[in-house]
Design a protein around this ligand. Structure first.
Ligand code: UDP
Ligand code: MG
Length: 310
C-alpha cells in the first residue's frame, strides 16, 4: 500500500500522552483524506507505554510500533522512526504534544508547494522554565555562529521531510547525531513555518541538563572543528606574549626594576597554561572518543520488536 504521510514520534515514558497523541494525529491526518501511518518508537520505556503502544497498534493498523531493547536516546529513536517510515512525506513530532499535530497541515501545505524540508520555528514557547528557554536560545545561537552549517534558529526536530531527504538521512549512519544539523547540511529546498510551542500535555521533560549538554556537544563536534582550533589560537597568543615579554624583562632587569620577581608570577602562569593544556586535551578527547565510537561500527540501535513482527 502506498502511504502518503508517516508521522514519527519517539516515546520515552509518555504513557499519559499516548492516547491523546494518537487521537489528535488521527483527527488531523484523517482530515487530509490521504493515507498515513504513525510510527511510534519505544525508546526503552519502563512505565507501561510499551503495552499502550501495543494496544493502539492492535486497534489501528496505521500505528506501527518499533520497540527498542533499551533506551538509546531521543535522536536515535527518531532515526529508527525514519528508517521504518514508508511515507512520501515524513513528519517528526514530539510525543508530549508540545508540537501541536494540527501544525502538520501547514507543513504539508508547504510540501505540496514543492519544499522538501519544512521545519517548524518556535515563535513562542509556553510552559517552560526561563532556564530552559535561556539555555535553548543561547545554544541555538552558539551553534549558528561556530558551525559551518547554517542551522535555522529556534527550530527543534519538529519538521516535515520529503522522501528524497529521508533517503539521504538514512544513508548517514553517524552515531552522535544531531538531526536538525544533518537536515540542514543535506540542502534541498527548505522553508520554515512559525508555530507556538505549548506546554507538555502530561509528564515531565525527559531532557535533563545532562542530556541537553550531550546534545549540544554532539551538535558542536558533528558540525564544527572550532573547539579544536581554539587551542591553536590560544597557543599563538601565549607564544606571542612570551616573545614580546623577553626583551621587556631584559630591559627591566638592566634598569634594576624589581617587577616580575617572586613565585606568584611563575606559579600563576604555569597554572594558567597547564589549565589551558588540560582543557585542550579534553577537547581532543571529545573528538577522539567520538572517532572511537564510529570506528567500532556497532548498530545505532537494537530493536526488540519491529513493525512487521505484529
Ligand atoms: N525522548 C526519547 N528518548 C529519550 C528522551 C526523550 O525518545 O531518551 C522523547 C520524548 O518521549 C519526547 C521527545 O523525545 O517525545 C522530546 O522529549 P522531551 O519532551 O522530554 O524534551 P523537551 O521538550 O523537554 O526538550
Ligand atoms: Mg517536550
Amino acid at each position: 500500500m502506498k502511504i502518503a504521510y508517516s508521522i514519527v514520534a519517539p516515546i520515552y515514558n509518555e504513557i499519559d500522552n499516548l492516547p491523546e497523541l494518537y487521537r489528535r494525529v488521527k483527527e488531523v491526518m484523517d482530515s487530509t483524506g490521504e493515507t498515513w501511518e504513525l510510527v511510534l518508537v519505544d525508546d526503552g520505556c519502563t512505565d507501561g507505554s510499551t503495552e499502550k503502544i501495543h494496544e493502539l497498534a492492535a486497534q489501528d493498523k496505521a500505528v506501527r510500533p518499533v520497540i527498542f531493547a533499551r533506551n538509546f536516546g531521543h535522536q536515535i529513536a527518531v532515526t529508527a522512526g525514519l528508517d521504518y517510515a514508508r511515507g512520501d512525506a515524513i513528519v517528526i513530532i514530539d510525543a508530549d504534544l508540545q508540537d501541536p499535530p494540527e501544525v502538520i497541515l501547514e507543513l504539508a501545505e508547504k510540501w505540496r508547494e514543492g519544499y522538501e524540508v519544512v521545519y517548524a520555528v518556535r515563535a513562542e514557547r509556553e510552559g517552560e522554565s526561563w532556564f530552559k528557554k535561556f539555555t535553548a536560545a543561547l545554544f541555538y545561537r552558539i551553534i549558528f555562529r561556530i558551525t559551518d552549517v547554517k542551522i535555522p534558529l529556534d527550530t527543534g526536530d519538529f519538521r516535515l521531510l520529503d522522501r528524497k531527504v529521508v533517503n539521504v538521512m538514512n544513508s548517514m549512519r553517524e552515531r552522535h547525531r544531531f538531526l536538525r544539523g544533518m537536515a540542514s547540511w543535506i540542502g534541498f529546498k527548505q522553508i520554515g513555518v512559525e508555530y507556538k510551542r505549548v506546554a507538555r500535555h502530561a509528564g515531565e521533560t525527559k531532557y535533563p541538563l545532562k542530556k541537553m549538554l550531550r546534545l549540544a556537544l554532539n551538535a558542536v563536534t558533528s558540525f564544527s572543528y572550532f573547539p579544536l582550533q581554539v587551542a591553536t589560537y590560544i597557543g599563538f597568543v601565549a607564544a606571542g606574549i612570551a616573545i614580546l615579554a623577553i626583551p621587556v624583562v631584559i630591559y627591566m632587569r638592566m634598569t634594576g626594576s624589581q617587577a616580575f620577581f617572586g613565585q606568584a608570577t611563575t606559579l600563576i602562569s604555569v597554572l594558567f597554561l597547564g589549565g589551558v593544556q588540560l582543557i585542550s586535551l579534553g577537547v581532543l578527547g571529545e573528538y577522539i572518543g567520538r572517532l572511537y565510537d564510529e570506528a567500532k561500527g556497532r548498530p545505532l540501535y537494537i530493536v526488540r520488536e519491529a513493525p512487521e513482527d505484529q
